[in-house]
Ligand binder design. Sequence first.
Ligand code: NAP
Length: 290
Amino acid sequence: MRPPPSGETRVAGVIGDPVRHSLSPALHNAAFAELRLDWTYVAFEVPVGRGGEAVAAMAVLGIEGLSVTMPHKRDAAEACDELSPAAALLGAVNCVRRDGDRIIGENTDGAGLLRSLRIQAGVDPAGLHAVVLGAGGAARAVIVALAAEGASVTVVNRSPEAAERAAALGASAGAAAAGASGAPVGTATVGGPRAVRDADVVVNATPLGMTRGDPLPIDPALVRDGQIVVDLIYRPERTPLLEAAAQAGATTLNGTGMLLYQAAEQFSMWTGHDAPVDAMAAAVGLDIAG
Ligand code: NAP
């Protein structure tokens, strides 16, 4: 048992609305307990339109870090003194850290997916062809991260305008990272579902599969042996897409890895420690092995 908070306890938290369902307090408090850090993490229910005020209050209250969830990701970005390249490109912040009085906005979703691919599937996306299904907030973070790592990304989405906007972000990220490490230049373009046939990695970033009876996001006949199929959904742990992909001989990953590793990135930014990912997963009843 950890002792109760004292005057020395350092505070982090999550802002959102709604926020009471958030897994973040359980994840981060488990990590603090595992490493015996005198920190605590709480949920702040912040009304829509007031996310910027909450971020600005960090400096005066001495709050060390905030996770940011809907509907505050854009307002938080505007309230920060400085943004990471990913947060600036996406115009969305899911993590805020404090450096003295300066408030810095980050977006750890893409880094979470990259860590999940590397650690759980042994995949480096540089030079690979990735198809991302969807063009919403999660998809855009994934597209930007994959393109920045040197993947060629095809965006497949229901509404073509959103697909074009997401692909443009990915193309910017690929161009901005070009030459940084000698890796191939990442690209992002819009395509149709048939692009899945030639993909090395397929990422479902639509909500299709969360609810029983949902249609599959693509025809499963397009998936083949040797591909890596990631579904960002983590509940249920095995979506129909992942079942079909496993039957086709693909390697499958659910969204548990991305969820945990994006939180782990936040934990490390705030505390300077590597996050105890297994303890975090156990705290929320998720299996990191997927
Ligand atoms: P979002 O911003 O609302 O975007 C949803 C995307 O899915 C949009 O591109 C939308 O297409 C598409 N879509 C929605 N319903 C569809 C349907 N019936 N048929 C075809 N396309 C449909 O949502 P989000 O925040 O990006 O979240 C997407 C998924 O990722 C959710 O399942 C969420 O739980 C998951 N997620 C997981 C993690 C993690 O850490 N594992 C993190 C974030 C999100 P249009 O553009 O045409 O509307």
